[in-house]
Design a protein around this ligand. Structure first.
Ligand code: GLN
Length: 287
């Protein structure tokens, strides 16, 4: 079979199954599985595809037909220009979350410009995408990254290694519970978190890709979606410096609720919107 026929077949199958980005997904799988760039494709489109590539490609298409996420098929995804390994134990890094990382990087430049070592906590790190990006893109930070899931920590550690990031360490903990067991009790300058924030009853209405395959524990924010914001705001006090920052990713309709939770202990509450002009991040300064 020729490359042009193979990609066409992939596109048609995905399209017929109602996969949203059928065209793009068929292409990305071709590039990755058949190891051919777009430019090479236009040179080789009428060449025969090696048999082993044909079967691997069609197997990947079949997997995608079940709404299994493209990113898990590829086993990696991009975030902040870096590569991250992903599997079913971690949430797939979202472009929206880059808003949170960029906000923190800007804050470091503006608010911490005279400080040499900035201690950051990434709570609910998942794949590690937030903490690892911060550690990679700013060498004067020292990141602690926490997750409840042992399996997620395995992925996050691998991602730190893959990105050659050394200024980060990982703790397996249900939020702050394990912190007493560690000596590292010096408070953080910045606590950042993209916790699970979907209301339990809304999970069923999410895309099949998300609700059937991404880890439920990384999505489910309990009845009102706010349980982790409440717990983090309540429990983080001993671990955040006065004048330090707490920054959350939030759902589009959660800014007022999260600000309300933070108001008694935080000043300068700020909401940052994403590229779709939806509320995406809330930041406050510890009083
Ligand atoms: N911090 C990770 C991310 O932003 C995981 C978030 C989560 O599991 N809720 O992708």
């Amino acid at each position: 079979m020729k490359y042009s026929e193979l990609v066409k077949q992939g596109q048609v199958k995905l399209f017929k199954a109602g996969i949203g980005d059928a065209g793009v997904d068929a292409w990305i799988l071709l590039e990755n599985i058949c190891n051919i760039s777009r430019t090479d494709y236009f040179v080789k489109m009428h060449d025969e595809v090696p048999c082993e590539y044909v079967s691997s490609y069609l197997a990947a298409i079949d997997k995608r037909l079940t709404h299994y996420p493209l990113q898990y098929i590829l086993g990696e995804w991009h975030f902040m220009g870096l590569r991250f390994k992903v599997n079913e134990n971690v949430l797939i890094p979202r472009q929206d979350t880059e808003i949170l990382v960029v906000k923190i990087l800007n804050m470091i430049q503006e608010e911490f410009k005279n400080q040499d070592n900035i201690k950051i906590l990434d709570m609910c790190t998942g794949s590690g995408c937030i903490g690892i990006s911060l550690a990679k893109l700013c060498n004067k930070v020292d990141v602690t990254a926490v997750d409840l899931s042992k399996e997620a920590i395995v992925v996050a550690r691998e991602n730190a290694r893959m990105n050659d990031v050394k200024n980060i360490h990982f703790i397996e903990s249900d939020l702050f519970k394990a912190f007493n067991m560690y000596n590292d009790q010096e408070p953080f300058d910045i606590i950042v978190s993209n916790p699970p924030y979907i209301c339990s009853k809304e999970i069923e209405s999410l895309m099949a890709e998300v609700k059937n395959f991404e880890p439920r524990m990384a999505l489910d924010g309990d009845e009102d979606g706010l349980v982790f914001y409440k717990r983090i705001v309540d429990e983080c006090n001993p671990y955040i410096k006065k004048g330090g920052y707490l920054a959350f990713e939030i759902g589009w309709n959660q800014a007022e609720d999260v600000k309300e939770l933070m108001r008694t202990r935080y000043d300068n509450l700020e909401v940052v919107q994403d590229l779709a002009c939806l509320d995406r991040v809330v930041v406050g300064k510890r009083k």
